[in-house]
Design a protein around this ligand. Sequence first.
Ligand code: 5AD
Ligand code: SF4
Length: 465
Amino acid sequence: MTRKLHIKTYGCQMNVYDSARMTDVLLPLGYQVTDHPDDADMVILNTCHIREKAAEKVYSELGRLNRTKQYRQDQGLDMILAVAGCVAQAEGDEILRRAPFVDLVFGPQTYHNLPEMIARTSRQGGTVLNTDFTVEAKFDHLPETTADSGALDGASAFLTVQEGCDKFCAFCVVPYTRGAEFSRRPAEILEEAHRLVDLGVKEVTLLGQNVNSYHGLSGDEHEWGLGRLIRATSEIAGVERIRYTTSYPADVDDALIAAHRDVEQLMPFLHLPVQSGSDRILKAMNRRHGADDYRALVERLRAARPDLALSSDFIVGFPGETDDDFKATMKLVEDIGFIQAYSFKYSPRPGTPAATLENQIDEALKGERLAILQESLNAQQLAFNKSCVGSVMPVLLDRLGRKAGQMVGRSPFMQPVHVTAPEELFGTIVGLCIEEGKANSLAGSLSEGDISSSRNPKQHKENAA
Ligand code: 5AD
Ligand code: SF4
């Protein structure tokens, strides 16, 4: 009998990867993926604990699902309701208290045990709670990725190489929910990359909470850093594009910078969270870099790869942030020039050091600062998108658009690009003439021209002019 599975994913790309791997675990049990929770015999919420808003969403969704579950039970149908991910890890007991109708609660490191957990809840009823913490065991026990799992978003796939974090930024829950740093072995990662290519993948994104702290042990017990891993990945025939995320500025080493210089497939786009432009706040945040360290690092990266474009994360209203601190952040934004960014109001998270600091910032002031910062970041993004108009960009077409004949792809700089193109081009990299640059995306048309000369849109535009 086939049973239906619905997974709703919140938060970061690590969760997207984990949801896909949960599917890999459940397909052999006879589950099939459905987009509709109402039809599902099993619903998993793969949750995020990073900010309060993200965590609270889970409880309102659970309320809705409880009604669905009861409705199905009235019709003689069962539904297993599971909470996975970082909320499960951080507040398993709270979930049991606030949502006792949940059947399974399990953290990010235990989902390889799903078959056993499902059997246990079916046998004995009540909630099964599993929030152990050994990452090694998970990767040793996961089945191989399949084309059906959803790890493949068109021709682009995530590959987790590293998990957990030992940095303990004062605001962040990740070290508590994902645990200590752990790097997978290079051979295991490269095998997974080979497999993805065999399944039609052209772009691999190496994932980790702190991906550039990667230090995997090779067969001869040598430590590999991320730079070396990127080089080895680029040698796999069929890997046309490589990305990695998320990086920690203080851990960008020479080998990684050299990879940006030498590895053609490594895309010229880097998400490098800075959080603040004030040294005082960066210190209070327990970041291991100052604002000028960040500036110098960006300079070195750009020297290695002149067309490198940057995105970042910012937090405004960290405890004690003054107007001058905030101005320093605005100055950094101006100095660097980001093509995209995520910015947040500081959200105190239980159990983190910053949550108990006394000099918390007023919510209204956080809101004002966020609006000012976002205006500047949005303007930079729009200016960059507009500067692309007139260039030809290689775009990986990996999503179907809403209208017939429309497709959406990704530029080297991660911009979504809309185009009308024949369906047989789906999953390929095509040259697109960029005709429009909007707030969050580009629009283009198929180009006959050579796409290899268009690494830098600005430069290309000048050439064309
Ligand atoms: N409040 C606001 N933003 C946060 N982030 C992490 N923790 C918090 C918090 N407590 C942001 C950081 C991080 C991104 C993933 O989320 O900017 O880089
Ligand atoms: Fe959180 Fe800092 Fe670790 Fe990133 S580096 S996951 S922000 S503790």
